[in-house]
Design a protein around this ligand. Structure first.
Ligand code: ADP
Length: 160
C-alpha cells in the first residue's frame, strides 16, 4: 500500500490544502495529514483546534489519517514506514524555502522524497494568514475555507 505524509501548519486548514489532499489521494492509497507543531511559530488556533478542523474537513475520506508531531518530519515518516511527503507550490516565492526543506529532509534520510503539486489556479492566492486577515476584518471567507473553519473564524474574530 502506498502512503504519503502531507505536513504543514494548517492554521487553519483551507480549501487550498483540501485541494492538495484530494489530488494526493489520486496518487496514494493513504495520506497522513500531519500537523507540524512548532513552538517557535505562534499559531492563531491551538493545535487541538487545528487538528479538530482538519479531522472534520477530511472525515469523508477514509484514506486520510490526521496526526501531529513536534519532532522532525523524517523521524515521523521513518517511524511510520512512509518515504514520501506531499507539499503544494503556489508561486515561485514558495520555491526557495521548499527546495531547501526538501533537500534538508533528504540529507537527513536519503530514501525520503518530497513530491510537489502545483496549486489549482483558483487557490493560487490562498493562504491561511490571508484568510485570517480577511476574517479579522469581517470579510466573507466561505469560498476559501470549509464550513467548520468558517464557523471557528467567526467565533474567534466576531460576526462578519
Ligand atoms: P507551512 O507552514 O508548512 O508552509 P502551510 O499550512 O502554510 O504550512 O502549508 C502546507 C503546505 O500546503 C505547503 O506545502 C503549502 O505550500 C501548501 N499550500 C497551502 N496553501 C496552498 C494553496 N492554496 N495551493 C497549493 N498549496 C498550498
Amino acid at each position: 500500500m502506498s502512503r504519503a505524509v502531507y505536513p504543514g501548519s494548517f492554521d487553519p486548514i483551507t480549501r487550498g490544502h483540501l485541494n492538495i489532499i484530494e489530488r494526493a489521494l489520486d496518487m496514494y492509497d493513504g495520506l497522513v495529514v500531519l500537523l507540524a507543531v512548532n513552538p517557535d511559530k505562534r499559531s492563531t488556533f491551538t493545535d487541538e483546534e487545528n487538528l479538530a478542523m482538519i479531522r472534520e474537513a477530511t472525515s469523508h475520506w477514509p484514506q486520510v489519517e490526521v496526526d501531529a508531531t513536534d519532532g522532525l518530519l523524517v523521524d515521523y515518516a521513518r517511524a511510520h514506514g512512509i518515504r514520501q511527503a506531499v507539499r503544494g507550490l503556489r508561486a515561485v516565492t514558495d520555491f526557495e524555502s521548499e527546495f531547501s526543506m526538501a533537500l534538508m529532509n533528504r540529507s537527513l534520510w536519503e530514501e525520503f522524497d518530497t513530491v510537489y503539486l502545483m496549486t489549482s489556479a483558483e487557490y493560487m492566492y490562498l493562504r491561511s494568514s490571508t484568510v485570517k486577515q480577511v476574517a479579522e476584518h469581517g470579510g466573507d471567507v466561505s469560498r476559501f475555507v470549509p464550513p467548520g473553519v468558517e464557523r471557528r473564524l467567526r467565533e474567534r474574530f466576531g460576526q462578519a
